[in-house]
Design a protein around this ligand. Structure first.
Ligand code: URA
Length: 361
């Protein structure tokens, strides 16, 4: 037996071959090997998965469960399998199973399944760092890169991690609930929005914005005192981004910022202080801050827009796109990033306001 393996027992996939949801873990653990017959996700993490998926409305028995590798690495250390034939074999078998079962959605449990199924990972020193980045990307749906044109992939935490870190359990349940929704259709549905950068009919749009009930806005800056763009939406569908490249941009932006419509922003204290201090614009009718909304509704949960986006919208994690702009200098990336912030803040605010109404009447 290879010295990096804990056992030569192979754990085959298990579950209905007509399942709408497939779950993919890393590799079996000891309990999966010892089960008679060997079966994926029957140990502690499998039990947690069963309980939590039941809560989310997807019974475990309805999922087709498998792993990247059917063999257990020593010390349950998945990295020991990388570059070895067991993983190559496992990935080939996984491809065949994906084609055979053809689920509507695949759940990637943890950073390695996310990497092998979607190519997504975190960055270290600005370079891709395979296996990392799942905490930021959980809740995101991506295209399948293992099987071209194959079922979309929803990334979430590994149940063993959830077992060791109980505070993340609600996010895990949320993602499983999302998997249930995603299993009803095959395509990837990110929030649709139209990006309008310095549009020629800005006068018409600003007039419409000033007459609307709500405006969600966000600024990007080049550093202290210098705004690169002011983005806003007043319908959650069109993101209007006014940029420093347009000499009239700030005139229009000021009108939007100072009008009577109720304003929404994520941690708007910063944006308002910046605009008042450096540009002299007056904060007017600032009515809903999604950061404060999050602190009120779920005090123990993260409050950053990246997390709120993963819970309230169907956007995939996009917060690294700002780094992308810094690397390439392509302004379009920055304007689109700003647009996503504005739309995500709008969707989050509407969800929070609904929750507040339900709670407090
Ligand atoms: N962890 C996994 O990744 N897979 C299993 O089957 C069990 C635990």
């Amino acid at each position: 037996m290879r010295d990096y393996l804990a056992s030569t027992t192979k754990v085959p996939p298990f579950g209905p071959t007509n399942a709408a949801i497939m779950g993919v873990g890393e590799a079996p653990g000891g309990e999966e090997i010892d089960h008679n017959p060997p079966r994926p996700f029957v140990g502690k993490s499998g039990q947690l998965l069963g309980n939590q998926s039941g809560r989310a409305g997807i019974p475990k028995r309805k999922m087709f469960l498998t792993n990247l590798s059917p063999l257990r690495p020593k010390g349950n250390k998945f990295v020991r399998l990388i570059g070895n034939e067991e993983l190559t074999f496992g990935l080939e078998a996984l491809k065949e199973d994906i084609l055979r079962v053809n689920p509507k959605v695949i759940i990637a449990f943890g950073g390695w399944p996310m990497y092998y199924l979607t190519g997504q990972c975190g960055l270290k020193n600005n370079k891709p760092n395979p296996g990392s980045g799942i905490l930021a990307r959980r809740g995101s749906v991506y295209e399948n890169t293992l099987v071209e044109g194959g079922p979309k992939v929803l990334c979430t935490l590994h149940p063993a991690y959830v077992y060791r870190t109980p505070k993340v359990k609600p996010f895990f349940v949320h993602d499983l609930g999302r998997a249930k929704e995603e299993s009803l259709f095959r395509d990837i549905r990110y929030p649709p929005y139209e990006l309008l950068v310095d549009p020629p009919d800005i006068d018409v749009l600003v007039t419409e914005a000033m007459q609307s009930e709500w405006i969600s806005f966000d600024i990007e800056t080049f550093g202290p005192g210098e705004m690169s763009c002011f983005g806003f939406t007043f319908d959650g569908k069109r993101a209007i981004v006014l940029t420093f490249q347009n000499p009239y941009a700030w005139q229009w932006a000021k009108q939007v910022f100072e009008c009577q419509a109720k304003k929404i922003a994520q941690y708007g204290t910063y944006d308002c202080m910046f605009l008042e201090f450096f540009y002299g614009w007056k904060k007017t009718n600032f009515a809903h801050d999604t950061y404060i909304g999050a602190a009120n509704l779920e005090p123990g949960f993260p409050k950053g827009l990246d997390f709120l986006t993963s819970i309230n919208t169907t956007f995939a994690f996009y917060k690294e796109e700002r780094k992308e702009w810094k690397k390439t200098g392509d302004y379009h990336t920055l304007w689109d990033y700003n647009a996503k912030d504005v739309i995500s803040t709008w969707i989050t605010a509407m969800t929070q306001m609904e929750e507040i109404r339900e709670l407090y009447g």
